[in-house]
Design a protein around this ligand. Structure first.
Ligand SMILES: Cc1cc2nc3c(=O)[nH]c(=O)nc-3n(C[C@H](O)[C@H](O)[C@H](O)COP(=O)(O)O)c2cc1C
Length: 401
């Protein structure tokens, strides 16, 4: 999503079901990725989660009363300015009201006053969800263009299991975000590697690195949001992967090499954002190494790990774009760029994204500066912001090219 200046405006409607508590996480997630969120709870929703919680998590005033703040004609202002409306959870009652076009509360009037995309995340017991009136009302709303997320099958309130559980907040947030970004990657296959490989020395020890996987995960999420078919090759992620992508587990450099080579054969865009070990233990032992036997110093024999990016660059088919990431500790930006340009040439990749890293910089979900170097241009381009924002900017810059 765009950053603060053009923050998308999202109305989160919350209806009266137990799953209202999960909508708190949805609001937090949308705020986290830069949206300006206004929560519109129904009267029943406020019996489950109170106004102070909604105001605190959305950082905006919350009202469920149509006759509050009448001078601003709140429902029309909200409806007109919304870039998207998501109702989570949406109850059987609110589904029926929307299908009938009822305007008896702030949520109903806001929906009627808006032409923004409408996302519905239903939650109710299986019997209610399968009732012919709910089915008919849902069919009406879908025919009018509503996007429906879930419900999932799982444990419901009361302990029974069946269809009716609200989708997870992250999955709903991703659908909302995908409605807000142009679908520039529809029909494209993208493979992204993320995380840091761990190279075993013995069954309990490994050589690893500090990559959390956040950058690669955000790139996969951004590509998915733009309509691409995405494979995420993941090494020891410390952050949850996005929904809607094919996840391939690749904890070591050898596993990552195999997974990336396989996925790259059918991909239009290959992004190597994982931090792969440069050296791997030559002979990892089957038994745990004993420090009493090793003594005061220990130097395991290390071999160079495969150069996965170099191999992908050397074998890339015509028309495929290969993007590498390079973490540099040099403080001087010219020096960082020179190092990255050398790598770009040596590995035959199209674009190198340079990340400045240090103890405090570059790892985890923090503000990030990435400089993009293109093989065909002497000019570099810097993108900055949260990793979520930077990921979107990188993909959009690649498409500009
Ligand atoms: C404890 C409790 C849980 C409820 N959970 C749901 C639910 O998950 N889904 C649903 O459709 N209705 C549920 N209801 C019923 C709605 O709260 C009720 O239909 C209400 O009128 C909905 O109003 P609203 O759609 O305007 O929020 C629940 C009611 C209670 C008392």
């Amino acid at each position: 999503m765009p950053d603060a200046a053009a923050a998308p405006r999202i109305v989160v409607g919350v209806a009266g079901g137990i799953a209202a508590y999960k909508a708190v996480s949805l609001v937090r997630e949308l705020v986290r990725v830069g949206a300006d969120v206004t929560v519109v709870p129904t009267e029943s929703a406020l019996k489950f989660v109170g106004r102070p919680t909604w105001e605190a998590v959305s950082r905006n005033k919350v009202s469920d009363d149509l006759f509050d703040d009448v001078a601003t004609v709140r429902h029309v202002a909200l409806g007109r300015s919304a870039d998207a409306i998501v109702i989570a959870p949406v109850t059987a009652h609110t589904i029926a009201s929307l299908a009938a076009g009822l305007a008896g509360n702030l949520l109903g009037t806001t929906v009627l006053a808006s032409s923004a995309p409408l996302v519905l995340a239903p939650a109710m017991h299986t019997e209610m969800w399968e009732h012919p009136s709910v089915r008919a009302n849902m069919a009406t709303l879908i025919a009018r263009g509503a996007t429906v997320v879930g419900p999932e099958t799982g444990e419901l309130t009361g302990g029974d299991v069946g269809a009716g559980r609200m989708s997870e907040p992250e999955a709903i947030a991703e659908v909302v975000q995908s409605l807000l970004v142009p679908q520039t990657l529809v029909g494209q296959r993208v493979v992204v590697s993320a995380g840091g490989t761990r190279e075993p020395i013995d069954p309990v020890r490994f050589i690893g690195n500090r990559s959390s996987g956040e950058m690669g995960v955000q790139l996969a999420r951004a590509a998915r949001a733009r309509g691409a078919e995405v494979t995420l090759v993941a090494a020891n992620l410390e952050v949850p992967p996005p929904t809607g992508v094919t996840l391939v587990d690749a904890p070591t450099a050898a596993a990552m090499r195999e997974a990336m080579q396989e996925a790259a054969t059918t991909s239009d865009l290959v992004i190597m954002a994982a931090a792969v070990a440069d050296w791997v233990a030559a002979e990892p032992t089957q038994e745990k190494l004993k420090k009493t036997e090793l003594g005061e110093t220990f130097s395991p024999l290390l071999h160079r790990a495969p150069d996965i990016l170099g191999e992908l660059g050397a074998s890339k088919p015509a028309g495929q774009l290969v993007v590498g990431f390079s973490a540099e500790t040099a403080v001087d930006s010219d020096q960082r760029e020179t190092l990255a340009r050398e790598k770009l040439r040596a590995k035959n990749v199209d674009v190198m994204c340079v990340n400045q890293v240090s103890d405090q910089l570059g790892f985890g979900n923090v503000e990030t500066i990435v400089t993009m170097i293109h093989h065909a241009s002497p000019q570099s381009r810097s993108v900055t912001g949260s990793k979520h924002s930077v990921a979107g900017q990188i993909l959009d810059a690649l498409l500009d090219r």
